[in-house]
Design a binder for this molecule. Structure first.
Ligand SMILES: *Cc1c(COP(=O)(O)O)cnc(C)c1O
Length: 397
């Protein structure tokens, strides 16, 4: 992990990216967050930690993931498309990069219990996986409705030895599970670490998760150099739910003005349809999960229920780094509809023999909007594999 402290897009000491970020937390949570803030950089850049982290990324997660030149897709779009194959990570997506990092950090902090929340269950599975790996106790809060909707992931978590606790308040979905997980952490500050699954939450979580995921762009640079003779592409494209796979894919390119940073958000049925999750198009400044960012809200500040065909992008906010990339104009955002993403998913399957996660299909669909030239290089973060989405794809067939 390369340390870059002088980046124009690094978090500042107070935990802000431009106007976004910070730690807006109840007083009861302050000691936990403070402990993390004071220790995370020291711990993760310790050579012993780095060695253990990279060993696990290699042997347990399966890194480096390939950077694959998609020949037939490139022919179709008359440009040079490379796919960063996070779909080949253990458990099927990039999420394990972060949970492996955080479980090692938890151990260094002397914590032996882990709490997490999950919506669709992907982050819950990634957390349960590393808890099994390290023999730590794992409690995952999940909305009661999500438990019914996501039975296979609930089964996976249980098989891995985690306890899945239903959140029965409010809408019984992700937001309520988050509240319960935070409450649990407040009540168990000494022995428990809270693993957040994306670049969201109070500082230092967004920065910490981005650093763990930055291995993605570190590898892309080396692989591009080997394949094309040049370390930087013309475009890097990733889907943004909370924004962790995107943060990882962008990280080592943010200070390279020649690299265009592209984000795909979920437009759902359409940005103006009332059933959307396109936060930069619909959101306003506000506070969600402990940080100031953009979020979809009503006039009086109540969070609006988002909609996306993809569970991983069905989130009413984005991480503060991405809000800053949007406000500063460093990144360009596209809103991709459910239907566009489905088409892109079928296209990749048939042209390249790779069935992408429906989240990743949103990033692929951007190719239709880009007009990249024949001598340009486009890197797309293929955040996950599509096995979990077969029912969704089949309904469209
Ligand atoms: C969870 C998930 C996402 C969305 O999360 P980010 O933090 O925005 O990366 C995207 N793709 C896949 C495959 C996921 O599992």
């Amino acid at each position: 992990m390369v340390q870059i402290e002088n980046s124009a897009f690094a978090v500042n000491e107070k935990g802000y990216y431009g106007n976004f970020g910070g730690a807006y937390i109840p007083e009861m949570l302050y000691p936990n967050v403070q402990e993390l803030k004071e220790n995370y950089l020291k711990i993760i850049y310790d050579p012993g930690f780095q060695e253990e982290f990279h060993q696990l990324l290699k042997d347990f997660v399966g890194r480096p993931t390939p950077l694959y030149f998609a020949k037939r897709l490139s022919e179709k779009y008359k440009t040079n498309v490379y796919l960063k194959r996070e779909d080949l990570c253990h458990t099927g997506a990039h999420k394990l990069n972060n949970t492996v990092g955080q479980i090692l950090l938890a151990k260094k902090l002397g914590k032996h219990k882990i709490v997490a929340e999950t919506g669709a269950g992907q982050h819950g599975v990634a957390t349960a996986t590393v808890c099994a790996l390290m023999g730590l106790e794992c409690i995952v809060y999940m909305g009661e409705i999500d438990i019914q909707r996501q039975a296979p992931n609930v089964a996976r978590m249980k098989m891995l030895g985690a306890e899945v606790r239903p959140a029965k308040s409010g809408s019984k979905t992700l937001k309520d599970a988050t509240n319960e997980a935070m409450r649990h952490w407040i009540n168990n500050p000494v022995d428990t670490h809270y693993i957040i699954g994306s670049v969201v939450g109070p500082h230092p979580y967004p920065d910490m998760v981005a650093r763990f995921q930055s291995v993605i762009s570190e590898e892309i640079r080396a692989q591009l150099l080997e394949k094309t003779g040049k370390e930087t592409p013309d475009y890097v494209i990733a889907c943004v739910g909370g924004g962790s796979n995107a943060a990882g894919a962008y990280f080592h390119f943010l200070d390279e003005p020649s690299v265009k940073i592209i984000a795909a958000e979920a437009a759902g049925h359409g940005v103006l349809s009332g059933k959307s999750a396109a936060t930069t198009f619909l959101g306003k400044k506000g506070i969600l999960h402990g940080s100031k960012s953009l979020l979809m809200q009503t006039e009086d500040g109540q969070v609006v229920e988002p909609h996306s065909i993809s569970a991983g992008l069905d989130y009413p906010g984005i991480g503060p780094l991405h809000a800053h990339l949007w406000e500063s104009g460093r990144a360009q955002f596209y809103a991709i509809t459910d239907e566009e993403s489905l088409k892109a998913g079928f296209e990749l399957s048939k042209l390249e023999g790779i069935i992408p996660a429906i989240e990743s299909s949103h990033a692929l669909a951007v190719l239709n909007h880009l007009n990249a030239k024949s001598d340009e290089t486009v890197v797309i973060a293929l955040s996950g594999r599509g096995d979990k989405d077969l029912d969704t794809y089949m309904k469209f067939l």
